[in-house]
Design a protein around this ligand. Sequence first.
Ligand code: IMP
Length: 188
Amino acid sequence: MSAAPDPTQDIDEVLITEEQIARTVGELGARISADYAGRELTLVSVLKGSLPFMADLMRSITIPVRIDLMEVSSYGGTATESSGLVRILKDLSSSIADAHVLVVEDIIDTGLTLNYLVRYLRGKSPASLRICTLLDKPARRLVDIPVDYVGFTIEDRFVVGYGLDYGELYRNLRFVGVLRPDVYTEPA
Ligand code: IMP
């Protein structure tokens, strides 16, 4: 795949604008701050896609927060489909035993990656474990996972931007958009 010099040229349609993202992330932060009032919260973000969301969300939360970062990769799938086989590339840096943990995800698609992660984190005995995702694609869900905080529910389209990639590119876009179909079909 080769991207245009200006990555925004590869976008067919802006699905969620920078302004919409900022407003929704602010609202999520306010809800989370109210729900966890009087407690400390540990945000566990899943690299790399959740990076911009995590950075914005943590700054819109007003209660004391700790952060930790994990990186997982699913393997055995394709460029746009996950397989549910998950490898931990970076583990938690600190114990989450007895902590109130909120997993911060970029997108839940089939739910296979998160399903694995939730089982893994539950094994570390947190006081509570909830999930916050910027984007939810419920149409493609293969496993039933209760998601506590959802920014936007979207249709079954492959999206990039605001952390989400195709072939590791487009993560730096400030909006969430749909790629031009020919970007998928270009020779590598
Ligand atoms: P799941 O295991 O199918 O829920 O996939 C979760 C992961 O797949 C996300 O954390 C993303 O890395 C990736 N993913 C799923 N849908 C999209 C998309 O539309 N654009 C970019 N990445 C996606």
